[in-house]
Design a protein around this ligand. Structure first.
Ligand SMILES: [Zn+2]
Length: 323
């Protein structure tokens, strides 16, 4: 005899459960409250024998009006092509933990409480990665903006990393400590200067300043990427024939800046230089086929750059299924 659909459901228990509900007897379902929050962001992959863990501090909603020289029609077209609205883009703040084997290096430190409640999750992400602040040996700072250095401090302004040296670039240190620059800057940027100074002061005695292209710590090399700030730098992790370029704030809005690399951000210290640097590093990453990661690239930010004529395209790396 052919089994009817109802007969099949009854035989497999689906109808029985419904009957029990309508018959008054309440089955004992497990209580599963909604979490209401994402799981802390931490994704680990390997570069040769080095482990690199992307850590998510949180997000900023960044309007496309921040793009210098952008026109509405192109913004709308690029947003549509990416299946996004042309309104503010939810832009992450990432940091990267690099385990060299003999040293734990954190590249950038997130925001702490300096930029509001959608951020400040780096300590939770670090804990999810199994690391406490006392284990970090070196904090490398790509540039001294608050979304990169403020997280080196606790909410009360103490050094969060009790055993770490803090490494900043000479050009950024000089720029953010220059009173004449601060006094000429728009008032809304004054907190950037004070924040940079507070972080440097909290690490007095274990602050190291680096300049140019060369060794930053262990096998990690620094690469000057000036424009966003004067001392804005990337860091190259190299091991076993593989490389990762952590390019800091080369890109703030991935939806737009790969197709239009000349569109800099209104808060770049030198937007024109930032655009030149962006094209140069896009070309180098594309030609060398090197993996990149960035502090405002869609989390976890790993991927490759492809050149297409005068434009570029980002190819996100797949989930690292194994290490
Ligand atoms: Zn930034």
């Amino acid at each position: 005899m052919a089994l009817s659909r109802r007969g099949f459901l009854a035989a497999t228990g689906f109808v029985a459960a419904g009957t029990a509900l309508s018959g008054g007897a309440v089955p004992a379902f497990a209580l599963a409250p909604m979490a209401g929050a994402p799981i802390p962001g931490a994704i680990r992959r390997k570069v040769g024998s080095v482990e690199v863990t992307a850590l998510l501090d949180g997000y900023i909603d960044m309007p496309p009006d921040f793009l210098v020289g952008a026109d509405g029609a192109t913004v709308a077209a690029l947003a549509s092509a990416a299946h996004q609205s042309p309104g503010p883009r939810r832009t992450p703040v990432n940091a990267y933990l690099v385990n060299l084997g003999d040293r734990l290096v954190l590249v950038d430190a997130g925001t702490s409480t300096s930029m509001g409640p959608t951020l400040g999750q780096l300590p939770a992400a670090l804990a999810a990665a199994g690391v406490g602040p006392a284990q970090v040996d070196t904090v490398l700072i790509t540039h001294m903006h608050p979304d990169h250095i403020a997280g080196a401090l606790t909410p009360t302004g103490q050094a969060l990393f009790p055993n770490a040296e803090l490494v900043v670039t000479e050009a950024d240190y000089v720029f953010w400590h220059d009173d004449s620059v601060m006094n000429q800057a728009p008032s809304e940027f004054r907190s950037f200067f004070l924040g940079a100074r507070n972080a440097a002061a909290a690490y007095a005695g274990r602050l190291r300043r680096i300049a140019g292209e060369g060794q930053a710590v262990g096998s990690i090399r620094s690469v000057p990427l000036p424009g966003h700030t004067p001392g804005h730098a990337g860091f190259v992790v190299e091991s076993g024939g593989e490389a990762l370029l952590i390019w800091a704030d080369t890109v703030h809005l991935a939806t737009y800046q790969f197709a239009r690399p000349d569109w800099s951000m209104s808060f770049d210290v030198d937007p024109q230089q930032a655009a030149q640097t962006r094209r140069r590093i896009f070309d180098r990453a594309a030609a060398d086929r090197v993996m990149v990661a960035g502090m405002h690239m869609p989390f976890p930010g790993f991927g490759h750059v492809v050149r297409e004529g005068s434009e570029y395209r980002f190819v996100p790396a797949e989930w690292p299924y194994a290490l």
